[in-house]
Design a binder for this molecule. Structure first.
Ligand code: NAD
Length: 374
């Protein structure tokens, strides 16, 4: 039997610099008996050269040839369904929960869609496949660097002959994977860090990273299913925004990372709160999106400076701004998932009774699999 042909596409979303598989991943798949086709320049924006892919055992091909010959397409974002054909599989961050129409289109075309963002993350055997975590970790780190770069003072305490610089005070809102990485990074730069999350379990994690936990009196426990937060009621949201506003105004830098699965990000920092910040403060919103983010004034992909001198950075795709590290981690995740989906004969074997597959296989055999998107 001919080996399964795995294709690596060049991402087409504007601003996307990541690639789904790096040359190290090519070697791993080739060693597992698969053939790898790489679209020419697929990794160029993440500094992965065509030569490096070829040396790792990949065949470099043009765009049309890639879509024509690949049995399985590896992707970061969402390929155009019209380019895909029946029987082909695609693995990527397909966001099935926020765009059911895209998923239906893939099903209609007979494509098997496998989405890394619906992985059951708490299963320990799924952890090497957890791309949401690996990318959130890059985002949390990069958010601090973006903030530090836009902040016109020092992060650390500096005592010099020219005077003393007081340390920056950083507030991190949302302490999941990205938030904890942001706390660690800001601490390493010497800032004083405080953090808040609606899940009570986050307190211990925040403190173990060396930050102080901000306790709100107006909002209680909002832990939801699977370690995620639940959406707050409108009354809770208003109370939270009001109480958070007082903390926001006292900080030099605010980094927001809050998400609730399958919903628009919660608004944590109101326009009023940004207006109460001192000139020179910086806000980085990792949740910025076309649907709105955690910060009222943030715009995805843009940096705005308010009339009162606050720089608001809408960092909607921070992992793409650090594409080499993000791609290397994503490549490991997608290899682990792909190898999990392949049977002993080297073929893609869809088995919805497998707990991991039940989470990630979103369409197969012309149908949207309900259990995967539920
Ligand atoms: P996420 O991206 O869904 O959200 C980021 C954070 O925002 C979460 O901590 C959430 O509680 C918080 N949040 C949501 N609404 C909020 C609000 N209104 N105010 C303040 N904070 C709010 O989360 P994530 O980073 O993907 O992680 C979610 C959870 O899953 C965490 O508990 C994490 O430790 C856990 N997790 C576990 C594993 C594993 O077991 N292997 C892997 C990854 C994540």
């Amino acid at each position: 039997m001919a080996p399964l042909r795995v294709g690596v596409r060049r991402e087409t979303t504007p601003g996307e610099r990541r690639v789904a598989l790096v040359p190290d991943g090519v070697s791993r798949l080739v060693a597992a008996g698969l053939a790898v086709l790489v679209e020419s320049d697929a990794g160029a924006r993440a500094w992965q050269t065509n030569d490096a892919y070829a040396a790792a055992g990949a065949e470099l091909v043009g765009t049309d040839e890639l879509y024509e010959r690949a049995d399985v397409l590896l992707s970061v974002g969402r390929p155009d369904p019209e380019r895909l054909r029946s029987g082909q599989a695609v693995l990527g961050l397909l966001q099935p929960l926020t765009d059911p129409a895209y998923v239906s289109r893939l099903a209609e075309r007979g494509v098997t869609a496998v989405s890394l963002d619906t992985l059951p993350r708490t299963l320990s055997r799924a952890q090497p496949m957890d791309a949401l975590s690996s990318q959130a970790s890059v985002a949390g780190y990069k958010a601090v660097l973006l903030a530090a770069n836009a902040f016109d003072r020092y992060f650390p305490l500096l005592i010099t002959a020219a005077g003393t610089a007081k340390p920056a005070e950083v507030l991190v809102l949302g302490a999941g994977v990205a938030g904890l990485q942001a706390i660690g990074t800001a601490r390493r730069l010497g800032a004083i860090v405080r953090a808040y999350d609606v899940r009570p379990a986050a307190r211990g994690e925040i403190e173990s990273m060396g930050a102080a936990f901000v306790q709100l009196s107006s909002v209680g426990d909002a832990a939801g299913a699977g370690g995620y937060a639940r959406a707050l009621t409108e009354a809770e949201q208003r109370a939270q925004q009001k109480e958070l506003g007082e903390h926001v105004a006292r900080h030099d830098v605010v980094i927001t990372t809050a998400q609730v699965p399958g919903r628009r990000p919660p608004l944590l920092v109101t326009e009023e709160a940004v207006k109460a910040m001192a000139a020179g403060s910086v806000v980085v919103d990792l949740a910025a999106s076309p649907l709105g983010g955690n910060v009222a004034l943030s715009e995805p992909g843009r940096t705005v400076v308010t009339d009162n001198g606050v720089t608001v950075i809408g960092a909607d795709n921070a992992p793409a701004a650090m594409p080499t590290a993000a791609s290397a981690a994503y490549s490991r995740n997608i290899c682990a998932l792909l190898l999990h989906l392949i049977d002993d004969g080297g073929a893609l074997a869809v088995d919805p009774t497998d707990e991991i597959q039940a989470g990630v296989v979103v369409t197969h055999g012309g149908r949207v699999l309900k259990e995967a998107t539920a």
